[in-house]
Write a protein that binds this ligand. Structure first.
Ligand SMILES: [Zn+2]
Length: 115
């Protein structure tokens, strides 16, 4: 443990020196609104992911394997059929929209209170 710690500390110190804007610049640069925007954006994105995932996200079924799946064709190679959700709203689309929602909420909150 003591053998590993000095090299790790040294490398982190090097990173801090290479990117000085990462160290200690939080309070003078960012307002409280900006700092609150980060968790608010995260909660908004996670909520959007849950809501979209439970409503519009595709749920497919492979009749050959008799299993629910997210892809067409299924991993076994057989075509799957849509059983719930909106065609085209894959898990990737839901993740993209949830991420965009979180970013928009964070950006909007931070800029709404910007001076
Ligand atoms: Zn299958």
């Amino acid at each position: 443990m003591t053998i590993v710690a000095p090299p790790l500390g040294g490398s982190l110190f090097g990173v801090g020196r290479a990117f000085p804007f990462l160290a200690g610049a939080v309070s003078p640069v960012f307002s409280l609104a900006t700092l609150l925007a980060i968790p608010l954006g995260g909660v908004a994105g996670a909520t959007a992911d849950s809501v979209l995932g439970a409503t519009v996200q595709e749920l497919r079924r492979c009749d050959v394997c008799d299993r629910a799946c997210e892809t067409d064709p299924h991993a076994c190679g057989a075509p799957s059929r849509l059983v719930r959700g909106v065609r085209g709203f894959s898990n990737d689309v839901v993740n993209l929209l949830a991420t965009a929602t979180g970013a928009a909420v964070a950006f909007g909150f931070a800029t709404a209170f910007a001076r």
